[in-house]
Design a protein around this ligand. Structure first.
Ligand SMILES: Cc1ncc(COP(=O)(O)O)c(C=O)c1O
Length: 461
């Protein structure tokens, strides 16, 4: 195999020291100037490498494995959405800022049929331009600046931005003691909540992502119930981000179960009241991941909280989805036969890419955590670090970027406490490209291992 020599490439501006000079000259407000930079240096690298991606004709380009996007099934969506693009005159006018009734109805039915496992009422759906906007509005509605949100770590890096950049909400990562499964417990949550209170950040929300980003795994029903009952009894809102709920392709000890379904079981078992669940349990879903439609910017919150629904009626105007997109999407989602075919086919393609990726890693003895859902694999590259520090993790991330031209998400950005882990998205490129990227990664790992062995032999000589 040809060895990649790593010459040339993009000049990454994030590699330089922060220029305080430009901040001092900034004429924006304090909060405006805080938002000038992407929330993490790896995002900057992704943005800069985007214009220079690897293709068979641009072989010194980059493989973007750090964006949570799937390109695997857009051919199916593309054909379908084109056939749904009528433009009735009504789409040219303002609509309902909680989302038009037709799309709310189509999304409610799709969620009910494909993954929620409970009745989903149209009136409980609030639509916005992507789950990012949903989270921003949700944190605005539930928290004041300085309040906290507990999140089991590792977690999706952009959550920090979603809660902090406009709303000033403090993310509180909670590290799992169980480093094999990463499954959190209510006891760990309580300890983190108490510690946050002592520091002055009052926890208001527990944010859980299932299926998980960055792990691509599922929480057991018992864990979801334990966390839910603990959080609601503590007076927290529970937000379950189920944006990957229709991306499940592998075998796992755990079946997917929605938080709403878990809540209905908790009510039936008299662990929680119907009223507290209606007020405090919320689910986020969107079209960006399972349907590969991140550019369409459509997400929603399922909530039975009437105040939240009223809030959305007003605030939804800041992040509404265009009526044109709503109309086409409604037609697409109303076609149940298409949705069922699409979800099954997309999962088949995800499985194929996951298996391609992990079989090449296994062959070269690169460690990873087995996944069964979403579009990620959590790589364990601790053996490639010269020392267990985040500085070493950062250097390794840059080496992989510059030598392999592969951009991963560092574990530090996912708030994982131990250095040496990386998230890889294997769905962000076609399988033919993925094969080249993975071969480079595997060859890099092998080279590093050989060098470390040679170095340690030289020391002991
Ligand atoms: C867990 C999770 N939530 C929310 C989002 C944001 O999605 P959207 O494109 O709908 O804003 C992402 C995107 O990566 C995600 O992984």
């Amino acid at each position: 195999m040809t060895m990649w020599n790593g010459s040339g490439g993009v000049h990454f501006s994030g590699d330089e020291e922060d220029s305080n000079g430009s901040l001092a000259r900034c004429v924006l407000s304090k909060r405006g100037s805080k938002a000038l930079k992407p929330f993490s240096p790896y995002i900057q690298a992704v943005n800069e490498a985007k214009a220079h991606q690897w293709t068979p004709k641009n072989t010194d380009g980059y493989f973007l494995m750090a964006t949570a996007e799937s390109v695997l099934s857009f051919d199916l969506i593309h054909d379908k959405i084109r056939s749904c693009r009528e433009v009735p005159a009504t789409v040219g006018l303002y609509g309902d800022f909680r989302g038009g009734n037709r799309l709310r109805n189509a999304i409610a039915k799709m969620m009910e049929r494909t993954f929620m496992g409970v009745e989903v009422n149209t009136s409980n759906i609030c639509i916005s331009s992507g789950v990012t906007a949903v989270l921003d509005l949700f944190f605005f509605a539930t928290c004041d600046a300085g309040d906290g949100c507990l999140i089991p770590a590792p977690y999706f890096p952009a959550f920090d931005n979603d809660m902090a950049i406009r709303n000033g909400v403090e993310p509180i990562p909670v590290q799992p003691a169980d480093t094999q499964t990463y499954i959190p417990t209510a006891t760990e949550m309580e300890a983190a909540a108490v510690a946050a209170e002592i520091k002055g950040a009052k926890p208001r929300v527990l944010l859980v992502t299932n299926p998980g980003n960055p792990l691509g795994t599922l929480y057991p029903e018992s864990t979801l119930k334990e966390l839910l009952v603990w959080a609601v009894n503590r007076g927290l809102h529970v937000l379950c981000d189920e944006i990957y709920a229709n991306s499940k392709f592998g075998t796992s000890a755990n079946e997917f179960i929605s938080m709403e379904k878990v809540a209905s079981i908790a009510v039936a078992e008299n662990l929680l009241s119907q009223k507290s669940v209606a007020e405090r349990v919320h689910t986020a879903y969107g079209m960006s991941k399972d349907f590969g439609m991140s550019g369409f910017r459509v997400g929603c919150l399922h909530t039975r909280n009437k105040d939240m629904q009223k809030f959305w009626q007003n605030m939804g105007m800041f992040a509404a989805v265009s009526n044109d997109t709503q109309h086409a999407l409604s037609i697409m989602l109303e076609d149940e036969e298409f949705v069922d075919f699409y979800v099954a086919e997309n999962n088949r393609r995800l499985k194929k890419s996951y298996e391609l990726f992990t079989s090449l890693l296994t062959a070269e003895k690169v460690n990873y955590m087995p996944a069964c859902a979403a579009m990620f694999c959590w790589l364990d590259l601790r053996t490639l670090l010269p020392e267990p520090t985040f500085e070493a993790e950062d250097r390794l991330w840059k080496e992989i970027r510059d030598e392999c031209r592969v951009i991963l998400t560092p574990g530090k950005a996912c708030h994982y406490a131990e250095p040496g882990f990386f998230r890889a998205c294997y769905a962000s490129m076609p399988p033919e490209h993925l094969k080249v990227a993975t071969q480079r990664l595997a060859a890099f790992a092998e080279r590093k291992r050989r060098k470390r062995k040679a170095d340690s032999l030289a020391v002991s000589d």
